[in-house]
Design a binder for this molecule. Sequence first.
Ligand SMILES: NC(=O)c1ccc[n+]([C@@H]2O[C@H](COP(=O)([O-])OP(=O)(O)OC[C@H]3O[C@@H](n4cnc5c(N)ncnc54)[C@H](O)[C@@H]3O)[C@@H](O)[C@H]2O)c1
Length: 267
Amino acid sequence: MRTLNEVFGLAGRVAVVTGAASGIGRATAEVFAGAGAAVVLGDLDAEGAERVAAGIRAGGGRAVAQGVDVAKRSEVESLVARAARDFGGLDVICNIAGIPCDGRLESLDEKAFDRILGINLKGVLYGCQAAIPLLAQRGGGSILNVSSGAIDLPVAGYGAYAITKAGVAQLTATLAQEVGDRGIRVNAIAPGATVTAFTERHLKNPDGSMNQEAFAGFITKMQSMSPIGMVGEAVDQAWLMLYLASEAGRFCTGQVWRANGGSTHGR
Ligand SMILES: NC(=O)c1ccc[n+]([C@@H]2O[C@H](COP(=O)([O-])OP(=O)(O)OC[C@H]3O[C@@H](n4cnc5c(N)ncnc54)[C@H](O)[C@@H]3O)[C@@H](O)[C@H]2O)c1
């Protein structure tokens, strides 16, 4: 019988993680490295990604970092190629990099819409497309995309963001049908409120420091939406990613997985 480490771990695997300088991407890179994977970290914030990679290496893990703008196909291809060049192949890609876009749809600026589509939707597609041949070469693997709880709970002022994340969910479901015959599983996670720079952006003072009152109010509001009274941490999403990346998730494909404290069902 296989051990839990063999089934839930990633020993000998190679993963590419975008958005790896911060939040959910950083936690995923660190959890995957802790589970035994060699990790290629990509982020627009190249220095931040390198800091995370250096921390992983200092802890005995294997990691390299590279700057990438996921809205640029050639940069995504170059990032994914690092997995083959530095670690001999690819088993998992986590397309995590994403941005918000605040504002109502009726006044949505075309440039802002193009930007968020480029990063949150086309960037995910580029990651999938670059990864498929390498995953197929190893006889299969796991593609993990990041959608959002915003696809379940429409909120005025977050429409453009939710549209991109609904697109990610559909991309995931369709791609799973197209690549399953090559042993490639494709899943998405749809995080509920998770404390990261992404959620903290509305809670800062003009000088950039945290507005503690606003932060406490945000946490209380998010807790009130969850039957277990919980707001997520980045690692809650990373643990779900680990399950889906590992052999433990071998029967899972084409789905959207929700670590959200039950918030989208209300309380
Ligand atoms: N935090 C939440 O509550 C929450 C909820 C639902 C979905 N998400 C999604 O999770 C993902 C990660 O968000 P997070 O909360 O960790 O936010 P974060 O801001 O902490 O991290 C996002 C990372 O993506 C990077 N990035 C931004 N644009 C990029 C680009 N063009 N190319 C490469 N990297 C880029 C940033 O530099 C940053 O390091 C996003 O796709 C976000 O939409 C977050």
